[in-house]
Design a protein around this ligand. Sequence first.
Ligand code: AMP
Length: 142
Amino acid sequence: MGEYSHILVGVDLTEESRKVAKRACALARAYEAKLSCLHVVEPLSLAYGGDVPMDLSTIQEQIQETAKSHLAEFANLLNIPPENQHLIFGRPETEIHSLADQIEVDLIVVGSHGRQGLALLFGSTANGVLHGAKCDVLAVRV
Ligand code: AMP
């Protein structure tokens, strides 16, 4: 057994997350570690600040269903079994931290755009994950 025994990769299910997930897979193989993946579905109400005068629950359910099948497809490509695939509703940074604690991972892998200047002010998921993580975090440049 190697230095890492359980790796968690955060995937936003974009093309980019393939690169991130591939890196996580390669590390898992090298360390003979278990690999888990997580996709966080963000609440629509969060994005729109609760200002939308309509019921978003049906749309939210559809988003959740679509995310579920995309995550399964994605994870199958990477040979991650269903029990190691996680779909959680919430804020990515928060949920990545809390799942990492819960399933006791020792490395979190996320993608990073390496934004500079103004864009940095808005923060990135990678930054958010790094701050407050209780284990190592690898930011894969995408
Ligand atoms: P971003 O800062 O939003 O461009 O995201 C950078 C990285 O954070 C992605 O490559 C993922 O590894 C992770 N990430 C972002 N959004 C999510 C999400 N909804 N669920 C899981 N991981 C995410």
